[in-house]
Ligand binder design. Structure first.
Ligand code: IPD
Ligand code: CA
Ligand code: CA
Length: 266
């Protein structure tokens, strides 16, 4: 079985269409132009083209919906009650280095709540999707977060800090603190896939500061529908699209949250 609703069908079709040129580009990386958005933040012509195709496809079905995208910003500001949240390539640095750990990520939010989401890694042909109340899937199979009970046995994934982060030291010390209390910490370079991997039990948890909403929007519903927990901490109401996220299986959430909140380096 797999999810089969109009919204999911629309998103997966858009992903399939946009991924054709993405796969081609991945095979011919040397021809890609790259520009820099800021320290450590790159955008390639593939990001822009993928985003254009996704927007075109989604707008054909719902011209009135709002859209928040990484490369273009906000489209159709007048309807933000129904909106797509798009990251055309999450893991651009991996993509540009020929590492097949990147994905298209699309979430659909209604009245402030993410209702469905798709994360698609076109190189591994892995499509993670979920819809509220209907479970989470990887291709045709139902997925569930892991059942690992102890933090000390868990594999945790994270990302950052970005080059221009003002809290680099805090992020590094948090990394040490978590590393000292879990089995292993990984950095894979795609936040969307990091959460998707928690949803299917490959990792037991994920946390990251200063992440953009489009990196994680689709992942939120996928993990929740897979039985995992997601929460945002240290929120800044002036920056609603910047998040600090903790996303784990249902067993280790509290323990990892208190560890992150603990002041001293252990
Ligand atoms: C980045 C990736 C990375 C995370 C960064 C994101 P991008 O997205 O998700 O894992 O650590 O914070 O910006 O730039 O490849 O779309
Ligand atoms: Ca991203
Ligand atoms: Ca991106």
């Amino acid at each position: 079985m797999r999810l089969n609703s109009p919204q999911i069908n629309l998103i997966t079709k858009a992903c399939m269409k946009a991924s054709r040129s993405l796969i081609r580009d991945f095979g011919e990386l040397e021809n890609l132009q790259v520009s820099s958005k800021g320290p450590g933040d790159f955008v390639s012509s593939a990001d822009k083209r993928t985003e254009r195709i996704l927007i075109e496809e989604l707008q054909k079905a719902h011209p009135d919906y709002g859209i928040i995208t990484e490369e273009t910003g906000i489209i159709n500001k007048s309807n933000l009650n129904n909106k797509w949240i798009i990251d055309p390539i999450d893991g651009t640095m991996n993509f540009l280095n020929g590492i097949p750990q990147f994905a298209i990520s699309i979430g659909y939010e209604e009245d402030g709540e993410i209702k469905c989401g798709v994360i698609f890694n076109p190189i591994l042909n892995e499509m993670f999707c979920a819809e509220k109340g209907n479970g989470a899937y990887l291709n045709n199979s139902r997925i569930r977060a892991s059942n690992k009970k102890k933090l000390k046995d868990s594999i945790i994934v994270t990302g950052g800090p970005k080059g221009d982060s003002k809290i680099r030291e805090k992020i590094f010390s948090e990394y040490i603190k978590v590393s000292n209390n879990v089995s292993n910490v990984r950095k894979f370079g795609s936040a969307a896939l990091d959460i998707a991997y928690v949803a299917c039990g490959r990792f037991d948890g994920y946390w990251q500061r200063e992440i953009n909403y489009w990196d994680i929007a689709a992942g939120i519903i996928i993990l929740k529908e897979a039985g995992g927990f997601v929460n945002f901490f240290d929120e800044n109401e002036n920056l609603p699209l910047k998040k600090n996220i903790l996303a784990t299986n249902s067993n280790i959430h509290e323990e990892l949250m208190s560890l992150i909140n603990k002041k001293d380096i252990e």
